[in-house]
Design a protein around this ligand. Structure first.
Ligand SMILES: C[S@@+](CC[C@H](N)C(=O)[O-])C[C@H]1O[C@@H](n2cnc3c(N)ncnc32)[C@H](O)[C@@H]1O
Length: 284
């Protein structure tokens, strides 16, 4: 985030952003959207929607998945960080040239669109980073057409479950969650989102557990290795801010890596990362 981003977007979390905006983190978002696609797009049904809005689109990683999965829809992305929007413009250049995608720099609680502009809308991993998702939900409701569907996919970090027990990783993740909360976010926002949708005025609200889980049913070694590598990278994406603020010692990183090596070597290992998908509709 730049200083001008902060001025342009007062709701953009001023306290900090646990994942950072480095080029490595931007690439992690691209890899993440593809890796998690089977878990977090399979149940999303945009039906015959011709216009889909993603709020907090980051570098456009989910938009590129959505463009492929919903080939008849136009995708609009909104994102407050100029750094992320610049990367999204590159990633989505072919879709933008083809008239299938557009990008806007704005915060989610001040959407630059007229009322009833979109058939459908979504957010992925945004509410966990903002102090109050309700103004964003109010804006999403305003710009949706009556009957329009909205999906939010958000974390429920407290549900992280590991077998065999990995106390060093749990300690690290405790520090990660605490810093995210200090930054003004909520690493357990997932279970609160249905209530927030109701408060904002959505109806027909549902919540589904979409926690990616590795256990002994995943038998292909390459799949197990890719799964654990993804989550090791996700957890360690907060290492820079945690070390800078003295919340963990650098040696904690090595301890987390040792835990992941143990998990990789154990065919009975379990790794379950809490995530919730919430659906709601704008009343007709
Ligand atoms: C973890 S990234 C997710 C990006 C994208 N949705 C994805 O899944 O690849 C969270 C994004 O939320 C954005 N964000 C933070 N505060 C926001 C706000 N008030 N309104 C909209 N987006 C916001 C951040 O700049 C960041 O790009």
């Amino acid at each position: 985030m730049t200083a001008s981003d902060a001025q342009a977007a007062p709701s953009f979390n001023q306290g900090g952003y646990i994942h950072t905006f480095t080029p490595e983190e931007q690439q992690r978002l691209v890899d993440q959207a593809l890796f998690l696609e089977p878990y977090h797009h399979a149940l999303v049904d945009f039906g015959a929607a011709q216009s889909i809005l993603e709020v907090g689109c980051g570098v456009g990683a989910q938009m590129s998945v959505l463009l492929r999965r919903w080939p008849r829809a136009h995708l609009t992305g909104v994102e407050p960080s100029s750094t992320q929007v610049a990367r999204a413009r590159t990633l989505l250049a072919p879709a933008i040239s083809a008239g299938r995608a557009s990008l806007h720099q704005a915060p989610g609680d001040a959407l630059p669109f007229a009322d009833q502009s979109f058939d459908a809308a979504c957010v992925y991993w945004v509410f966990e980073h903002v102090p109050d998702p309700l103004p964003i939900l109010g804006e999403v409701l305003r710009v949706l057409k009556p009957g329009g569907v909205f999906y939010a996919t958000e974390v429920f970090d407290k549900a992280l479950s590991l077998y065999p027990p990995c106390p060093e990783t749990m300690r690290y993740f405790g520090a990660f969650m605490a810093l995210q909360a200090e930054f003004g976010g909520d690493p357990n926002i997932g279970i609160r989102v249905p209530g927030l949708l109701a408060q904002a005025g959505f109806e027909r609200i549902g919540i589904t557990d979409v926690s990616p889980t590795l256990d002994a049913r995943m038998t292909v070694p390459a799949d197990r290795a890719a799964f654990l590598a993804y989550f090791e990278n996700l957890l360690l994406s907060g290492a820079g801010p945690l070390i800078e603020r003295g919340r963990i010692a650098p040696s904690q990183i090595e301890a987390v890596k040792r835990d992941f090596a143990t998990l990789k070597a154990d065919p009975a290992a379990v790794f379950s990362y809490g995530a919730k998908q919430i659906q709601g509709f704008k009343p007709v």
